[in-house]
Design a binder for this molecule. Structure first.
Ligand code: PAF
Length: 285
């Protein structure tokens, strides 16, 4: 496995792969890798001739400087894990390598046709502009055949699908396929996240209630409860646990992310503060 720190090194490798007619799998990450990321990388290794993983804590998608500063970073540990599961190249640039000073400071404005105005987008203004800025740059540099993303960040995935569909019209990313990968959970149900590293053991245990309550809500939905009743049930049940606080729980249509009228093609997305740590999860109905 080779670690590449500059765009030039990356382009050299990408061009060599393209010349040899190899398919390329890309797994974009912000590092602090866990078994959720590993599942994406393993799949990319199996499904493509070559697997590139980017490890880059993208400053333009953080609207909270403290959150950016506290984001866990450990490239040595990440590289060991990636090597052990067969990744071929790790692209780990500095912010200065990725962006000009102007790009770093100008808030890029994409039109997501409303997908960015709800849930995460409402709570973290500008977040998805930063995500699309970095992901589109990575697609442009790596020219992947397939790119792998986890369903835990469901809204991010919906926005990336929209970006790629639109860019296909303009032929920017060729025949790129976005591969949706299921959430990986601890044995007790907590969705794996780099942010879990910041939870104490007690907080981690507390946070396992989130998925338990989401699963219970699926049973209530089967019994005929309304969307609004389930939103209230989940919010109240999580808030009743000392140490957990719901920021939002919304049941939305999986494609439009607009409030669901019933449970057909619906997904419930939740953000919960567990102590100071902001966790997200979701469940399909
Ligand atoms: O999901 C993430 O880790 C990030 O948002 C991504 C897609 C790597 C872009 O920085």
């Amino acid at each position: 496995m080779q670690i590449l720190n500059t765009k030039q090194e990356l382009l050299q490798q990408v061009e060599a792969c393209k010349r040899q007619g190899k398919t390329i799998g890309l797994v974009p990450t912000m590092g602090a890798l866990h078994q959720g990321h590993a599942s994406l990388v393993k799949r990319a290794v199996v499904e493509n001739d070559v697997c590139f993983v980017s490890v880059f804590v993208n400053p333009t998608q953080f609207n909270n400087k403290e959150d950016l500063a506290k984001y866990p970073r450990n490239i040595e540990r990440d590289a060991k894990l990636l090597e052990s599961i067969g990744a071929h190249f790790v692209f780990a640039p500095t912010p200065e390598e990725m962006y000009t000073a102007e790009e770093m400071n100008t808030t890029f404005q994409y039109d997501f046709e409303g997908l960015d105005k709800v849930m995460e987008g409402k709570m973290r203004p500008g977040h998805f502009n930063g995500v699309v800025q970095v992901v589109s740059r990575l697609f442009y540099l790596v020219q992947p055949t397939r790119a792998y993303f986890g369903e835990k960040d469901f809204q991010q995935l919906a926005i990336i699908h929209q970006m790629v569909e639109r860019s296909k019209l303009k032929d920017t990313f060729g025949d790129l396929t976005i591969v949706d990968c299921p959430i990986v959970r601890q044995a007790d149900g907590l969705a794996l996240s780099s942010r879990n590293e910041r939870l104490t053991e007690a907080e981690n245990k507390l946070a396992t209630n989130i998925y338990r309550i989401l699963k219970e809500s699926v049973e209530s939905a089967k019994k005929g409860y309304s969307v609004q009743a389930i939103e209230k049930q989940v919010t109240d049940a999580i808030n009743a646990i000392d140490g957990l606080e719901v920021e939002y729980y919304e049941i939305v249509d999986q494609s439009t992310l607009m409030p669901a009228k019933d449970f057909t093609h619906a997904i419930g997305c939740v953000t919960v503060y567990c102590g100071p740590v902001r966790l997200i999860d979701n469940i399909k109905y």
